[in-house]
Design a protein around this ligand. Sequence first.
Ligand code: KG4
Ligand code: ZN
Length: 357
Amino acid sequence: MNKSPIILGIETSCDETAVSIIQDHESGVPKILSNIVSSQFDIHKEFGGVVPELAARSHVEKINLIAKKALDESGLNINKISAVAATAGPGLIICLSVGLNFAKALASSLNVPFIGVNHLEGHALSPKLNANINYPYLLLLISGGHSQFLSVNGLDNYTRLGTTIDDALGEAFDKTAKLLGIEFPGGPKLEKFAKKGNPNKFNLPKPIINKGGCNLSFAGLKTAILRITKNIKLDQEKYDLAASFQKTIEEILHVKTEIAFQEFRNINSTKKSNFIIAGGVAANDGIRKKLSEVSKKNNFVPIFPDLKLCGDNAAMIALVGLEKYKIKKFDSFDLIASPRLALDKKAKFLKGSGLVY
Ligand code: KG4
Ligand code: ZN
């Protein structure tokens, strides 16, 4: 086995075609040799959301070019690749299949192992691309499709502490943005609107704030926003609503994070632990500041991935590939895409407020 393995990672689970090449390093933090992400915002924005068929077609058109770009940028000869890793799920099945099939063909032609990766595990481990972080750590994963608190105990070893019972946080940002007339994906722009508004103008609900442990719920918030947007017209009112939404989210995360801290400490006996905030919504400046404050107050060390590693990327997929390569956890070419893959496989499916007690 190569002493400093080099992994080529591929990500096509949704609307980003991404390829990255990373190399193991003695410091424990792998070197990112290239990390190319091609987003499809322009294709989907007129539909207000991702259209699976268009996304898959675009992946097919671009994957070869993006892989070539990643290879050129790394300066490597293709024969130096030790293994090829690709997202196997969760995500849109026809999109996942494009990356998986490309990865299998490449691995087969290079005669190197092929490794299927859980996209969520990519987000969960992503801060390890910036720093050497030991297990266990507490993770808040906030993306367009998921919102979960987890104890990350090791590779493929997770204990879910809380999850959303309805919408994901990124989805709540995108839906609120849409109601305010902001084009898809609205999360980052909504944050900019919020900076121009009065956060105390609208009093919004905080669903299940006093029950359900560190489980989360955002659907009621969206309904309240829908009601308010029917009666507002001025730009300043939209800024105020965005600011009130941002503040409410920060308050919900504040309360739920403190509960998660307690639950994490109940199962891990560490005095000072790392708290990783990952996924697309971890790019939100206000959330970063609020969760940094809350962490310090509770003796946790807050860690955020680099901004370019918060959203979907292939470096995080290559990273999981690298960890699996080191323990020779390879997959056969029979592996198929799984639209639903969890991190904690024992955790119950929790959807609907009736399930929170
Ligand atoms: O992790 P990600 O790139 O894709 C998924 O796996 O879902 O997350 C995308 C989500 C979108 O909902 C997007 O609006 C949201 O992350 N997002 C943000 C910000 N940047 C991205 N939400 C709030 N504030 C931001 N600055
Ligand atoms: Zn993601």
